[in-house]
Design a protein around this ligand. Sequence first.
Ligand code: MF3
Ligand code: CO
Length: 251
Amino acid sequence: MIAIKNERELESMRQACKITAAARALAGDMVRPGVSTKAIDQAVHDFIVHQGAKPSFLNYNGYPASACISVNSTVIHGIPGGYILKEGDIVSVDVGAYFKGFHGDCAATFPCGTVSAEAQKLIDVTRQSFFEGIRYATKGNRVQDISHAVQTYVESNGFSVVRSFVGHGVGRQLHEEPEVPNYGAPGRGPRLLPGMTIAVEPMVNVGTYEVRVLKDGWTTVTADGKLSAHYENTVLITDGEPEILTVTEGL
Ligand code: MF3
Ligand code: CO
């Protein structure tokens, strides 16, 4: 069953998502050479708590931090720690906040100082693939219409989409139905209806789409050691254009 949120529920959801987006922005502003990933995580944690919300990821299935910070060839679920960011790194920050009964979930990849042309293209293509995808996030369409658009855009730019992790419904739970893959065939998957809220989150690799999970059970890296980027927003299906909920306007 895919939850349909009513207007009252959506008001809470919007608030949760604004806090989440502000946490992402704050993290992005901290990305520069010399900063540790744990310092960014601490700032994300303190901001979310100060807003009266809870970090969605902290203790989720035992996850030990508030943000996932995934540098260079780490795709997702990088655990913040003592690593010091250096010029040329690309830094994916994924955050979630729980407020008034609902979760927001969003991510972005930030350049640390000046990065290579390839790294910058990867960041730009990954972000744009999200927008290509949500052109299809309208009522009556099917989930994989989004997936197909993401995949087509990414592959036409010479990159690959990760297969073994996918986007998802988000709301009262961090992960709900439906799964939202970043690859697929038009016309497949559940039908989109107004009031559904989904996290669309392309994970894009320069090389192979294959990934592996390190022994810590979380850190997910590219199989070939090449760069990866991530971009995610929580999106509401409406009667018209999709509404991106993880925005900072009006906070
Ligand atoms: N933002 C991630 C997602 O979209 C969630 C991170 S998993 C956690 O699925 F365990 F770190 F919370
Ligand atoms: Co997500």
